[in-house]
Design a protein around this ligand. Structure first.
Ligand code: ADP
Length: 215
């Protein structure tokens, strides 16, 4: 049984055509999956469905073989906080708090002692070359830095599933390689990692490649 899977998953936004149609895919523990396809084909939408932020109109999302897509909001929020790490395209950082506070937020919510969370956060931020930005507010850093901060936040809780939306989109090749290596290492530790990307080299280096069609 796969860590994460979809069964005949379908979704369309209100009054729109179907964006995801009858998709059945498995995301095993230890795997990195690339989602590719032209802009607008539904990569982000699929990540939101996998992350239980959108409810499918048909089919199922299974976590450890159990359907979780139709659970009440509160229960899905709990699963998200405990099992999922997200790296959104816009980073989705809280602009009122420092970068460091953003990174440790989910870990603290999960009950990790503040001191441990902060030292682990510093290690991750150093690895991704954004340590000097810890006391900045999100409005004072670049898009590429914000994405790496979001990656630190996602990895800090050691989630079983990582969903990343173009995590290397704003990065130079060297930094991009560091990010990809970290995601691979995270999968090697037993997680299922799903990356939406336009980068053919990154997609080719993944264990599984799902090419969504233009709509
Ligand atoms: P991608 O990530 O591949 O660029 P998206 O998942 O963002 O694709 O979008 C898939 C389709 O769904 C596009 O046609 C887009 O316009 C539409 N879409 C995305 N978000 C919404 C929304 N909140 N409401 C209505 N339509 C949306």
């Amino acid at each position: 049984m796969s860590l994460l899977a979809t069964e005949l998953l379908s979704f369309g936004y209100q009054n729109g055509e179907m964006v995801v149609r009858d998709l059945s895919v498995e995301f095993p523990s230890g795997s990195v999956t690339a989602l590719t396809g032209p802009s607008g084909c539904g990569k982000s939408t699929l990540l939101y469905l996998l992350g239980l932020m959108l409810r499918p109109v048909g089919g199922a999302v299974l976590l450890d073989g159990t359907p979780v897509h139709a659970l009440p909001d509160r229960e899905r929020a709990r699963l998200r906080a405990h099992h999922f790490g997200f790296v959104f395209q816009d980073a989705a950082l809280d602009p009122t708090r420092t970068v460091l506070d953003n990174v440790v937020e989910t870990a603290l919510y999960r009950g990790q002692p503040r001191r441990d969370a902060i030292s682990a956060a510093h290690r991750l931020m150093e690895r991704f070359g954004v340590q000097l930005r810890a006391t900045h507010k999100p409005g004072q850093i670049s898009g590429g830095q914000a994405q790496r901060i979001a990656l630190c936040r996602a990895l800090l809780t050691n989630p079983r599933v990582v969903l990343a939306d173009e995590p290397t989109g704003n990065l130079d090749p060297a930094t991009s390689a560091i990010v990809v290596e970290a995601l691979r290492e995270h999968a090697d530790g037993g997680a299922a990692v799903v990356i939406a990307t336009h980068d053919p080299a990154l997609a080719a280096a993944c264990d599984q490649h799902i090419a969504l069609d233009a709509r």
